[in-house]
Design a protein around this ligand. Structure first.
Ligand code: APR
Length: 231
């Protein structure tokens, strides 16, 4: 049984019509990170932040998984592989493609969180500042998204799984944001083989044993066929 940990980023959902962050038409070209992706920005203008995530939630709902998402679900279903997908993405395209073993380290567009009592519940289509928490009743609701200066989810489990893996694969991420950008070094230090599948070389490309460039919808099914063919 081959143990494979797969990190995904915005690039794997790009061909499903979901915008990435740092491309020339990326989200961060139009929105200031400080305004929409920090706790301080949320405190300053919650209506602006809710509008930003409401629009992203609607875009994710309208999107469909692409062949890269589907291929990873096929690999997970293979009895010769134990696959864990660690995604930085807040869309649900991995699950809609059939992946079961998925960690959303940066949260999810489809979750709501109360920053007063930490209660969590499914997010309504559109969130507003005046929404109240179903748990404590206070107007302290926010999207269940991990913002900059906040700790990503399930880091202990992620590092444990990474260090015990046979193979670490990184798909569609630019390698600019830590701690995810450091996973390749963590893996390499534990003798885990590392592979990158990305449209362009990422900031950490040279740290991978192998790096292939191309669109995820082509590279990922190709790589999965190789894996399944090699059994
Ligand atoms: N196929 C494969 N890779 C692609 C494709 C594609 N079709 N399109 C773009 N890419 C690659 C780009 O080359 C780039 O390296 O995906 C990467 C996207 O990079 P970013 O926009 O920086 O997104 P990501 O790495 O996921 O950002 C990490 O930063 O903004 C925060 O919290 C946010 O989770 C996000 C984190």
């Amino acid at each position: 049984m081959a143990k494979v940990v797969i990190l995904t980023g915005a690039g794997i959902s790009a061909e499903s019509g979901i915008r990435t962050f740092r491309a020339s038409d990326g989200l961060w070209e139009e929105h200031r990170i400080m305004d929409v992706a920090t706790p301080e920005g949320f405190a300053r203008d919650p209506a602006l932040v809710h509008r930003f995530y409401n629009a992203r939630r609607a875009a994710a709902r309208a999107a469909q998984p692409n062949p890269a998402h589907v291929a990873l679900a096929e690999l997970e279903a293979d009895p010769g592989h134990e696959v864990l997908v660690v995604t930085q993405n807040v869309d649900d395209l991995h699950e809609r493609a059939g992946s079961q073993n998925v960690i959303h380290m940066h949260g999810s567009l489809f979750g709501a969180l109360c920053h007063a009592c930490d209660h969590r519940w499914p997010a309504p289509e559109a969130m507003q500042p005046q929404d109240t928490c179903p748990g404590c009743g206070r107007k302290a609701t926010r999207p269940d998204i991990v913002w900059f200066n906040e700790m990503p989810y399930q880091m202990d489990r992620i590092i444990r799984e990474l260090e015990a893996a046979d193979l670490f694969v990184s798909i569609g991420t630019s390698g600019n944001v830590y701690p995810a950008a450091g996973f390749v070094q963590d893996a390499a230090m534990c003798g885990v083989e590392t592979l990158e599948l990305n449209l362009d070389p990422s900031a950490g490309s040279t740290m991978f044993d192998t790096s292939r460039q191309g669109p995820a919808s082509v590279l990922v099914p190709q790589w999965v066929r190789e894996r399944l063919g090699s059994r």
